[in-house]
Write a protein that binds this ligand. Structure first.
Ligand SMILES: Nc1ncnc2c1ncn2[C@@H]1O[C@H](COP(=O)(O)OP(=O)(O)OP(=O)(O)O)[C@@H](O)[C@H]1O
Length: 291
């Protein structure tokens, strides 16, 4: 049975945090806690403020109101190095700051643990190598990052965060640029880290993968509203339709809800309830034509 992590002290706590989205009135004050073993998915349409929230949680931009606590300590009181050991951020788009190889880039994850001018140790190299292997980048160690494909670059960003080994992973669209197999592989890695006592917050656009991998959801609406809670309580079709302004069909696969976007141009669009389909794998396999 999964441990009841509600009794564990939060790794990251949002105390009535209001994200500062330029030119917009105050949105909802977020009061939630990320505990060891929890994976939070942040869903919302383009421009709702998901990346801005993650940057705020990483301490890269100030909140408009409220505060953050790491392990119970106000983040404002903590030195940057301590924060960098606690929080690992993967950005939505990776920038090539300066020419570097794949291995050198993964090793950046060890910087919060090194003194100024200290060289990486054999253990640091081993951590980077292990992260590259876990993300399927072994063999590319000496390639310039500029030669990587979009998906390889995204996996390198995840590998760098794994090398950093933070307590909380802040991942801005971690499945960006990834094919289906690598999406699942990366989310399995996140799940593994979470199962080993880390916490994670992921912004995502794929509702179905989010529902499958995240045990908690935060829904961010474009008007600044937000709601959050355990995933099983949040997957309400009408709430998701309102979130995206998008009609959805709802089915089931292996006992999990599955949401499919419907065309918006149909005038005869039926209400959600009557569009529910049984997409269970057993039903599909039974009805599938013989190969
Ligand atoms: N530095 C800035 N100056 C002005 N506006 C900004 C700035 N940063 C973000 N914004 C605006 O804030 C809003 C929220 O942006 P954000 O990138 O957080 O949204 P998002 O939910 O992550 O979107 P997406 O799903 O498209 O990645 C957007 O309207 C964006 O244009």
């Amino acid at each position: 049975m999964a441990p009841d992590n509600r009794s564990m002290p939060p790794l990251l706590q949002l105390d009535d945090l209001v994200v500062d989205i330029p030119g917009r009135p105050d949105g909802a004050a977020l009061r939630l806690a990320v505990r060891p073993g929890q994976c939070w998915g942040v869903l919302g349409p383009n421009g709702a403020g998901k990346s801005t929230l993650l940057h705020t949680l990483a301490g890269l931009r100030p909140a408009r109101r409220g505060g953050l606590r790491l392990d119970g300590h106000p983040m404002d009181d903590l030195p940057r190095r301590r924060i960098a050991r606690h929080l690992g951020m993967v950005f939505q788009d990776q920038q090539d700051g300066f020419p570097a190889t794949v291995l050198e880039t993964a090793l950046i994850g060890r910087h919060p643990y090194l003194r100024p001018w200290e060289m990486e140790s054999a253990a640091d190299y081993a951590a980077a190598q292990d992260a590259l292997e876990r993300t399927g980048l072994e063999g590319l160690e000496h390639r310039p990052v500029s030669t990587l494909s979009g998906g390889e670059r995204q996996r390198l960003a995840i590998a760098t965060a794994l090398t950093q080994d933070p307590r909380v992973f802040l991942l801005d669209e971690p499945t960006n640029h990834l094919d289906l197999h690598h999406q699942v592989e990366v989310l399995d890695i996140v799940r593994h880290m979470v199962a080993h006592g880390r916490g994670a917050i992921l912004t995502m656009h794929d509702v179905n993968l989010t529902a499958r991998y995240c045990d908690h959801l935060l829904l961010m609406y474009p008007n600044g509203d937000a709601c959050w809670g355990p995933t099983r309580d949040m997957l309400i079709p009408r709430a998701l339709e309102r979130l995206y302004g998008q009609p959805l069909a709802v089915g089931q696969v292996d006992g999990m809800p599955v949401f499919l976007p419907l065309g918006t141009e149909r005038e005869d669009a039926e209400p959600v309830q009557s569009r529910q389909n049984d997409l269970s794998t057993r039903a599909r396999h039974k009805d599938a034509p013989a190969p």
